[in-house]
Design a protein around this ligand. Structure first.
Ligand SMILES: *[C@@H]1O[C@H](CO)[C@@H](O)[C@H](O)[C@H]1NC(C)=O
Ligand SMILES: *[C@@H]1O[C@H](CO)[C@@H](O)[C@H](O)[C@H]1NC(C)=O
Ligand SMILES: *[C@@H]1O[C@H](CO)[C@@H](O)[C@H](O)[C@H]1NC(C)=O
Ligand SMILES: *[C@@H]1O[C@H](CO)[C@@H](O)[C@H](O)[C@H]1NC(C)=O
Ligand SMILES: *[C@@H]1O[C@H](CO)[C@@H](O)[C@H](O)[C@H]1NC(C)=O
Ligand SMILES: *[C@@H]1O[C@H](CO)[C@@H](O)[C@H](O)[C@H]1NC(C)=O
Ligand SMILES: *[C@@H]1O[C@H](CO)[C@@H](O)[C@H](O)[C@H]1NC(C)=O
Ligand SMILES: *[C@@H]1O[C@H](CO)[C@@H](O)[C@H](O)[C@H]1NC(C)=O
Ligand SMILES: *[C@@H]1O[C@H](CO)[C@@H](O)[C@H](O)[C@H]1NC(C)=O
Length: 898
């Protein structure tokens, strides 16, 4: 119900305000990669298309199951694999996006809890699951979650491109707020494997907030809005503050709307799926009792897959009805299962879930200090929020009469994310602006480790507090002179992504510092050697160590040229063009280096180059700062470990080979289909009466035999033949069939062509009469030429028709309809060229050609094909044909102006 008006309004609205193309053909996309379904939105600037729209899949659906299946040596994605789910549940892979970069034991436990019995083995180096998709030894027998997600993403991009009818390279992908750093990196790797350029990952709640705010104006009032999203496998509540501020643009003060994510809290393991599982358990018990044989259908993957599929429907029905049926054909051992359940019973089964579902809301309120009444709106999104009991519980908690359903619960996020994509892409400018301030959903610390770390340095420091603005750069400096290690970790062990077995998600070894300090140890150090660490928190929420350098400050007496005062003070000013200037940009001003005399490891002499007058030299005590880049090598182990280069290349190769195989499979199916169709339609035609006129019994019979032969082959040896074998056979058949079909087509086409020719020959006679009567200036020889030509065509046609009458319809025809048309066309051109000869002007003396030349620049927009237009049009008003008249108008205007 929530969707009722939204789409319509959205469509109209977007077309009004949105988007200026900077480059005309750019298209960007957003992908909402859910655990069960994916949605794709496209921002497209091609005229005649909605600027933002949902890309539908091959079944014309607006959402596609995020599934990958491997079956009988093929890979299937999306809808195609859904069809296999009930029959081959162990070969249809789901929930892949949320299993990215998860430890093996977590994956195992997670899959078991959903009765998904895939064949998985641990990857020894990374401790992630490897999915065994086919028999051991098969070419494509093992895949990681990254590889499978890459397949899904590529498929999604295919939908986008199909929809945009152009290539789409840039994309924004939505992620649930609880997604950790390792998992986000895993997703980016998957996109990389798929060859997709990710502009950013965006938190789902930001997508929703964007979609909510883009058509509103907050200059008259700010508001706090809560977004409550319960999807298939997780739930979150986000508090977003919408406001407006004044900004100067081109000297004008305008009001700019913006939103800021104030908080987001979640339960990463509670969603609609959990309710379904309660139903599954309930019905499984009931069925087991019906069986009464001690069998537990929970141990049967196929039965559980069927039951789960039906339970989804039952849950949906319960959202609108007090009772709902369930019916599963041949659930187990050929026995059907039928039952019903009341909404009351369902609510009782999920009793503890309702309270759990409120926890994120309560936490957001508690930490924000806001009262429920202060929320301007509570917007519901996500399929599971349709459950009436959940809504009732929310209403009760928030003491409201109504919840807000202004957003499309399925599509708000992906549509909002597409606005973000448009905003980030170079080629597109949004006419309407909405500032977005989202923050890191986790807090991050760095931990230092190494020999002889100073006692004063706290080895564990908070670098990114929770909800710190995305993106940001951070900087830390500490006294140290030995190589060391840095780990990045979640701030709290109680607040980590699901499944994480340790708070640490990245480790780096930083080297070069020991060497540097040895090198400078003999110099006059004015302060202890320091290490600078540069961190970034990316737009996608990935926290990483980007750069490290050693800072060595020495004070030494140096010979410098005597300088003028003015020169001297400009010298120090020029020193700020170094890295210290960059560091100023970092937000942690307290960490900034002291002293403004820092230089890079170039010598001071460069600073004195500007002295123009040689006044001799003097000794000066000079403080010099050297910055030496340190080497960072990532040492992250476990599920967050980045794919080693070789593995990445290998994965890419595997995926490309699969894509090729898929393309080949599609081509084979198409060619097989073409061949089949050719055989059927040809056999049918051969039986028709018409064909008796153009082929002998014997010819048809032998062709028919050939067709039967290939048909026979199709269903025996040809069953699994290659694309080329189908093509070869089709070509062989066509070699026999084409002349027959040609004769068949000519049977009707030839008389039509002859008729056409004769009609035109008649017309030509009249045209010539007209010429002789009204156009006395036409040269006689040109008219005669046309007459001769017409005569020739007529004779040719008579001759050919007579010939054709004599030969059998079974033979190659004496002439083709297409030859007739060609001859008529030639004749038409000749007539037209004579027709174009203009009436000469009475006083024309000079040769036509020179006149054209002399007036060439004015005459160039006339009928260029004739080249014989006269230049004295101004004297000939009304006497010439249309094109000349137009030009006369032009010229008289021209004269008026003069
Ligand atoms: C997985 O194993 C790690 C230790 O190897 C353990 O800390 C963690 O609790 C386990 N997780 C699950 C879900 O069993
Ligand atoms: C703001 O409020 C004033 C007065 O209530 C109203 O006239 C104006 O149209 C409002 N502006 C917007 C942008 O809503
Ligand atoms: C769009 O881009 C502007 C400028 O970079 C930024 O300030 C704003 O927050 C962005 N908004 C969205 C929705 O991405
Ligand atoms: C570093 O530590 C080692 C052993 O802990 C010690 O022998 C050495 O003197 C220390 N060096 C410095 C410079 O503190
Ligand atoms: C070392 O630096 C100090 C100031 O930090 C200075 O007074 C001293 O002269 C310098 N020594 C040498 C040898 O340069
Ligand atoms: C040096 O300084 C003097 C006085 O301050 C000034 O007149 C002269 O032009 C300066 N020379 C240069 C090369 O800057
Ligand atoms: C250089 O010195 C002159 C005169 O003392 C002063 O006016 C000027 O601001 C100084 N420039 C800098 C960059 O310090
Ligand atoms: C020094 O820095 C200021 C402000 O950062 C900048 O405006 C100025 O151009 C810089 N000077 C040089 C010589 O780079
Ligand atoms: C034809 O006209 C266009 C503009 O009307 C002019 O730029 C061009 O030079 C002309 N060409 C000739 C051959 O006169």
């Amino acid at each position: 119900m929530a969707t009722r008006n939204t789409l319509f309004r959205l469509g109209i609205f977007l077309s009004l305000f949105l988007l200026n193309a900077v480059q005309s053909q750019s298209a960007v996309a957003s992908i909402d990669l859910g655990s069960e379904c994916l949605k794709v939105a496209v921002v497209n600037l091609k005229p005649g298309q909605a600027p933002i729209s949902i890309a539908i899949n091959e079944m014309s659906k607006r959402k596609t199951p995020s599934l990958v299946a491997f079956h009988s040596n093929s890979r299937l994605i999306g809808e195609e694999s859904l069809g296999l789910l009930a029959r081959y549940p162990t070969k249809v892979y789901s929930h892949l996006p949320i299993l990215l970069s998860k430890p093996f034991n977590y994956t195992q436990k997670f899959l078991r809890s959903l009765y998904l019995s895939y064949d998985i083995t641990p990857d020894e180096t990374r401790d992630v699951a490897v999915y065994k998709t086919e028999e051991e030894g098969g070419e494509f027998s093992k895949f990681t979650a990254e590889e499978m997600v890459a397949m899904i993403l590529k498929y999604a991009m295919g939908l986008a491109e199909n929809h945009a009818r152009s290539s789409v390279k840039d994309v924004v992908i939505t992620v649930p707020p609880y997604m950790g750093v390792a998992e986000r990196r895993g997703l980016l790797t998957a996109a990389d494997l798929a060859g997709i350029n990710v502009l950013a990952l965006v938190n789902e709640h930001s997508g929703a907030a964007l979609q909510y705010g883009i058509d509103k104006d907050f200059s008259n009032g700010t508001r706090h809005v809560m977004f409550y999203d319960m999807g298939a496998s997780s739930t979150y509540a986000a508090l977003v503050y919408f406001s407006a501020y004044n900004a100067k643009e081109f000297g004008k003060t305008t009001s700019v709307n913006q939103f800021q994510v104030k908080d987001v809290r979640w339960d990463a393991e509670l969603g609609g799926q959990n309710m379904e599982l309660r139903l599954v358990e309930y019905f499984a018990d009931e069925f087991n009792k019906q069986l009464g044989s001690g069998v537990d259908i929970r141990n049967n993957a196929k039965a559980m897959a069927k039951l789960k599929k039906q339970v989804k429907r039952t849950k949906e029905i319960l959202s609108a009805n007090k009772m709902a049926p369930i019916s599963v054909e041949s659930l187990y051992d050929d026995r059907d299962f039928r039952s019903t359940i009341s909404r009351e019973k369902f609510e009782e089964l999920c009793e503890d879930l309702w309270e759990k579902a409120l926890v994120p809301v309560k936490e957001v309120l508690k930490h924000s200090g806001l009262k429920a009444e202060e929320l301007y709106a509570v917007e519901l999104i996500g399929g599971a929020t349709r459950v009436p009991k959940l809504q009732a519980k929310l209403l009760e908690l928030l003491r409201r009469k109504e919840l807000d359903k202004h957003l499309d619960s399925d599509e708000a996020i992906v549509l909002g994310a597409s606005l973000h994509a448009a905003n980030l892409s170079d080629g597109i400018k949004l006419n309407r602006k909405l500032g977005m301030i989202d923050g890191s959903t986790y807090g991050f610390v760095m931990e230092l480790d190494g020999p002889n770390l100073s006692k004063d340095e706290n080895p564990r420091q908070l670098i990114v507090p929770r909800l710190k603005k995305l993106p940001s750069k951070m900087f830390r400096s500490f006294i140290h002179n030995k190589d060391f290690e840095v780990s990045l970790a979640y701030e709290s062990e109680d607040f980590m992504p699901p499944g994480a077995s340790s708070p640490t998600f990245a480790q780096y070894a930083v080297s070069g510092l020991t060497d540097a300090s040895e090198k400078y140890s003999s110099r006059n150090l004015s302060s202890p050697i320091k290490a600078n660490l540069h961190f970034s928190l990316s737009r996608s929420g990935v926290f990483s160590l980007d750069r490290a350098d050693a800072v060595v400050e020495i004070t030494e007496w140096v010979e410098v040229p005597r300088k003028n005062l003015t020169v001297d003070n400009s010298t120090s000013a020029s020193a700020n063009s170094t890295e210290a200037g960059l560091d100023n940009a970092s937000e942690e001003s307290s960490d900034k280096l002291e002293g403004n005399d820092s230089t890079t490891n170039t010598s001071v002499s460069s600073a004195t180059d500007s002295a123009t007058v040689d006044l001799g030299t003097e000794k000066k005590l000079k403080k010099r700062t050297f910055r030496l880049p340190l080497k960072i090598s990532e040492k992250t182990a476990g599920p967050g470990m980045p794919l080693p280069k070789e593995s990445f290349a290998e994965a890419k190769r595997k995926l490309e080979a699969l894509d090729k195989k898929d393309a080949e499979r599609r081509r084979t199916a198409e060619l097989k289909n073409n061949l089949e169709e050719y055989i059927y339609s040809t056999k049918e035609k051969l039986e028709s009466e018409e064909f008796e006129k153009i082929s002998s019994d014997q010819e048809r019979q032998s062709f028919n035999e050939k067709l039967n032969e290939v048909q026979e082959w199709l269903y025996t040896d040809g069953e699994d033949a290659s694309a080329n074998e189908f093509l070869e056979r089709l070509n062989t058949l066509k070699a026999i069939g084409d002349p027959i079909f040609f004769r068949y087509n000519e049977l009707t086409a030839r008389p039509v062509a002859s008729e056409h020719a004769r009609r035109y020959l008649g017309e030509v006679q009249q045209i010539i009469h007209g010429w002789e009567k009204d156009k006395s200036w036409l040269p006689r020889e040109r008219i005669d030429e046309v007459m001769r030509e017409a005569e020739k065509v007529k004779n040719w046609l008579n001759e050919k028709e007579a010939e054709q009458k004599k030969i059998s319809g079974f033979n190659t025809p004496a002439f083709k309809s297409e030859e007739v048309y060609a001859k008529v066309f030639d004749l038409q051109s000749k007539v037209a060229s004579v027709n174009r000869i203009p009436k000469p002007k009475p006083k024309v003396e000079k040769p036509v050609k020179t006149e054209t030349e002399s007036n060439g620049d004015k005459a160039n927009d006339t009928d260029t094909s004739s080249g014989e237009t006269t230049s004295q049009k101004d004297q000939n008003v009304g006497e010439s044909d249309n094109s000349a008249t137009e030009k006369i108008d032009d010229e008289s205007n021209f004269h008026d102006e003069l």
